[in-house]
Design a binder for this molecule. Structure first.
Ligand code: RAT
Ligand code: ZN
Length: 439
């Protein structure tokens, strides 16, 4: 039973989820609940083992992560061109030497790699990578994935699946068995943001589309999406949009969004994930590490949420300056679900700020984080960091609540953490393994 106010001096023994906990117990209870609740990872770039080499894992992939490559070029005289001509192994050695041996790995991405090494009891200060390489070489992928997800406390994870990536599409077209821990997400960047270089691929596959996306193109793209929906059984459709995104505005992308993507999402009852604010290739020589960000005009989002009430939008914005207005829009539109602290925002100081702001404005009606992991083992450090930051934020939230007159139980904390990291996602997408019940 609740009592009106709880002072830290109250000595209530916790015996069940229903008993109020003391202020002194809040922090440890929050940490414990965070540690024991499996999270859903709603956006990654990982692949199930059936996709073979598309799934990245191991020390050389971890070290050549584009977040680390960007940092490498700040310290090293190696030019991006020289770096690109090296083998992956030599690139990894160069990054290890530069960022971990010759310098202290204090940045978020370097610290993350240290945490992964430590999680596997590998040396974190070795002059070379010999021991790490032999450890990863000894792993078999299925068992390694199981262990890594268990260490990270995540399941399932959502992949990013591009039907216009020729390498990936070949796997889907040959038939891919569903995997218990991975779900698909149908990524639309090439269609919505780069139609001029991709429409011919659709045309070549027998869809009646043209360069201007005129006439029956919208209906045909919708047919393409329906075919890929059947093939992938995605849990949502997704697109990453530039900071300059405007809606409505007469562009090919917007026409296809309105005539094909939004109707398909309604038909299949899928949310559309909009990741807004990327400025692609401001430094093309850095390749994947060459993107930056810009503040977006979120009136585009306002227009979408209002004009398409039967659609649901999962939204992450890349600019720190857009975060507050995203919360305001989520208060106006229940078909908008803010998610994650994306890419350049996934640093403890910013995650803390954004998450506090979201709790203050939205309670627990949002999805605080996704990992965006590209290399399997990254989920270990990314989710560990999220838990660590959230422990501070949630403990402070409950302390204030308790001070203001409402004590909390372990059951309350469990319900909130489950909502934030699991059931809000489950309510928005069908995360059950694709199988008979979904077909
Ligand atoms: O965070 C990243 O790794 C970025 O390169 C992008 O992949 C981004 O997350 C995206 O999905 O577009
Ligand atoms: Zn991503």
């Amino acid at each position: 039973m609740r009592t009106s106010s709880l002072k830290s001096t109250d000595q209530i023994q916790v015996s069940s989820d229903g008993d109020l906990i003391t202020e002194a117990q809040i922090s440890s209870t929050v940490k414990d609940v965070l540690a024991t609740t499996p999270f859903v990872d709603i956006h990654t770039h990982l692949f199930a083992p059936a996709f073979g080499k598309l799934g990245l894992w191991g020390i050389d992939e971890l070290l050549t992560y584009h977040y680390l490559e960007a940092e490498f070029f700040r310290y090293s005289d190696t030019t991006p061109q020289e770096y690109c001509s090296l083998s992956k192994r030599d690139q990894a050695d160069a990054i290890w030497r530069t960022l971990f041996v010759e310098n202290t790995p204090v940045s978020e991405a370097t610290r993350g790699l240290v945490a992964v090494l430590k999680a596997f009891h590998l040396p974190t200060d070795s002059p070379d990578l010999a021991e790490a390489r032999s450890f990863f070489k000894a792993q078999t992928i299925e068992e390694h994935i199981r262990k890594v997800f268990q260490m990270a406390g995540v399941s399932p994870v959502v992949m990013t699946n591009d039907p216009l990536d020729p390498e990936e599409a070949a796997f889907w077209l040959n038939g891919i068995a569903s995997h218990g821990q991975f779900r698909a997400a149908l990524r639309l960047d090439r269609i919505l943001c780069n139609w001029s270089t991709h429409w011919q691929v659709l045309a070549g596959q027998g869809y009646g589309v043209d360069e201007q996306a005129s006439g029956k193109s919208g209906a045909e793209v919708r047919r393409f999406l329906a075919d890929w929906y059947k093939r992938m059984q995605p849990v949502y459709m997704a697109v990453s949009l530039p900071d300059t995104f405007e809606f409505p505005k007469e562009t090919i992308g917007n026409r296809l969004l309105k005539d094909a993507v939004l109707p398909a999402c309604r038909e299949f009852d899928l949310p559309l994930s909009l990741m807004i604010g990327v400025r692609k290739q401001v430094n093309p020589s850095l390749r994947l590490a060459g993107d930056a960000l810009g503040r977006a005009d979120l009136r585009a989002l306002e227009n979408l949420c209002r004009d398409f009430p039967a659609n649901r939008f999962l939204v992450s914005v890349l600019s720190r300056e857009n975060q507050h207005e995203l919360c305001v829009y989520a208060r106006k539109f229940s078909n908008l679900m803010p998610f994650g602290c994306w890419w350049f925002l996934n640093n403890p100081s910013i995650v803390e700020e954004i998450t506090r702001e979201r709790i203050e404005m939205l309670g627990t009606s949002f999805i605080p984080q996704h990992s965006d992991a590209r290399v399997l083992e990254q989920v270990i450090y990314k989710w560990n960091n999220t838990r660590r930051t959230l422990a501070r934020v949630l403990a402070e939230t409950y302390r204030l609540l308790s001070e203001d007159g409402r004590g909390v139980t372990r059951g309350d904390i469990q319900r909130d953490v489950t909502r934030l990291f699991r059931s809000n996602a489950e309510a928005w997408m069908d995360l059950r393994a694709p199988g008979s019940e979904r077909l």
